[in-house]
Design a protein around this ligand. Structure first.
Ligand code: GDP
Length: 291
């Protein structure tokens, strides 16, 4: 608004204001505003996690112990655990709290249908519900911040599940570690952090939470004074930033004025302030015109 007011004063009083010197005066100020907006925008990823929680897609073949681990992490019964393969038929979402952050576990049942469909070499049709399950699983993975891939320690990894995790930050978990000897756990070095857990005994369940937290939050800058948690605000900040950053060096003052007003309008949609009134206030307070 200060820049906007400075330009308005210059345009209204061309006799007293040299356009070149005003341009020279406002350029560093514009750069500073872009820098400030960049700083705010750098908190958006963190803000989204604060607002929505860390979205985790839980993937694994039937019977690897997804529901059991899910329950162990939640600390109470939520999903139904049975030893009949593929009993979980829907996506179940539940949140736990870890380090002041919500971790939302989205248990997917669709992997069953997905793997089955890949295995059918005959191309036999799969029913509509299974198809929906596949789509929902892919969607859950796409929307997730972190994928939790669960394997059975007595069986090992499988390629189909790993393929679904591709390109996503993934925590690989070997469940039922109570059933395998310690010696078998050694020498497992994958690209993703691998944790041997037992949903049954609770061994290393806390480590799973920690790994999810580290993957999602680890890289985010901490200690920012202000974190943008509202995605609409993020859009407006981005709009303001792009408008200001796109102002060309050779743009005349009229064009700069229009772009700055655009940027102020973006920010006004966050603060709820009418930009034009605020600029007029600024002109009066800063430049003592009309008094
Ligand atoms: P899901 O189909 O992947 O959800 O698997 P479930 O959670 O229903 O578990 C399948 C079976 O494995 C059940 O009989 C569980 O009791 C058993 N199970 C799950 N986790 C463990 C574990 O850590 N250790 C052992 N020994 N059994 C487990």
């Amino acid at each position: 608004m200060g820049i906007s007011a400075r330009i308005e004063v210059c345009l209204d009083n061309p006799d007293f204001n040299d356009e070149d010197s005003v341009q020279a005066e406002i350029r560093p100020k514009l750069d500073a505003v872009v820098g400030g907006l960049d700083e705010l925008l750098s908190t958006v990823a963190q803000g989204r996690l604060l607002a929505n929680g860390i979205q985790v897609a839980v993937l694994g073949r039937p019977n690897v112990g997804k529901s059991s681990l899910f329950n162990a992490m939640l600390g109470r019964e939520r999903a139904i655990v049975t030893d009949i393969a593929g009993t979980t038929t829907d996506v179940i979402s539940e949140a736990i709290h870890y380090n002041g952050m919500r971790i939302v576990l989205n248990d997917t049942a669709g992997i069953r249908a997905y793997v089955c469909s890949r295995q059918r070499s005959s191309g036999a049709s799969i029913n509509e519900i299974e198809k929906l399950g596949i789509e929902r699983t892919k969607q859950t993975v796409a929307n997730a911040d972190v994928v939790l891939a669960i394997f059975d320690s007595t069986v090992g990894e499988d390629a189909e599940v790993l393929r679904l995790c591709e390109g996503k930050p993934t925590v690989v978990v070997y469940n039922k570690c109570d059933l395998v000897a310690q010696s078998l756990r050694n020498g497992r070095q994958g690209a993703s952090p691998t944790i041997f857990v037992s949903a049954l005994t609770g061994e290393n369940v806390e480590m799973v939470k920690q790994a999810i937290f580290e993957l999602a939050v680890g890289g985010a800058p901490r200690g920012a004074k202000l974190v943008i948690t509202n995605m609409r605000h993020a859009e407006e900040l981005r709009g303001a930033r792009e408008t200001l950053a796109d102002i060309r060096c050779d743009a005349n003052l009229d064009m700069v004025a229009r772009d700055v007003a655009d940027a102020v309008a973006h920010l006004g949609r966050i603060t709820g302030k009418s930009a034009s009134d605020a600029v007029i206030d600024r002109i009066f307070s800063q430049f003592c015109i009309g008094k």
